[in-house]
Write a protein that binds this ligand. Structure first.
Ligand code: MG
Length: 203
């Protein structure tokens, strides 16, 4: 399976990192080795001094498809979860400055913890889902999918022009504002609405 991640999909987050608003979706990928195995802590890697958290809604792809039209895109995901797109912000800044690819900053091992998934039918409107991240019991990020620049269907249609989607793939759909640094002994709790979806510790 593969993990596709959308960048700069919430206007306030693009602004906090001084990025322009994109005219079309920006995406990059993480390998399956970026998943954090269940019940494992996240170990801060030693190659970065500034690992940022980004909480994001995650779509689970349920059907093989390429060049999917927007109007049919909703049929290609069947469940929604929440995850963290861990980012080595110091390495990413260097990549951006030099015009280099982002893999060292984004695709590293265990950089994509993902929660359990809830069936899509459980949501009355995929375009209006609250989600968020608490660290050590305090809210650090809270978002709603209505604030996405590109909605789920547009993301699926756009990405599938370039990359075939397969059953079991994940799509991270972008982070709202409030990203920040991760510290040893932090306790992460990820929510969809009021439901605790995933919890893990940082070591
Ligand atoms: Mg992200």
């Amino acid at each position: 399976m593969k993990i596709i991640c959308i960048g700069r999909n919430y206007a306030e987050h693009a602004r906090e990192l001084n990025n322009p608003l994109p005219a079309k979706p920006v995406f990059f990928m993480k390998p399956d080795t970026a998943l954090l195995p269940p019940h494992n802590p996240f170990f801060l890697p030693d190659f970065s001094n500034d690992i940022h958290y980004e909480v994001e809604l995650v779509l689970r792809i349920c059907k093989h498809g390429r060049s999917i039209e927007d109007q049919y895109a909703h049929k290609y995901y069947d469940a929604i979860g929440v995850g963290i797109d861990f980012t080595a912000r110091d390495l990413q800044a260097e990549c951006k400055q030099k015009g280099l690819p982002w893999e060292v900053a984004k695709a590293f091992d265990f950089s994509a913890p993902v929660s359990k998934f809830l069936p899509k039918e459980q949501f009355t409107s995929p375009g209006n889902i609250n989600f968020g991240l608490k660290i050590n019991g305090e809210w650090r990020q809270r978002g709603n999918s209505k604030d996405m620049i590109f909605g789920f269907d547009r993301i699926i249609a756009y990405v599938s022009q370039f990359v075939t989607l397969r059953e079991g793939d994940y799509i991270f759909t972008g982070t709202p504002e409030g990203v920040g640094p991760t510290h040893i002994d932090d306790r992460f709790e990820l929510f969809i609405e009021d439901q605790l979806m995933l919890a893990f510790n940082v070591k």
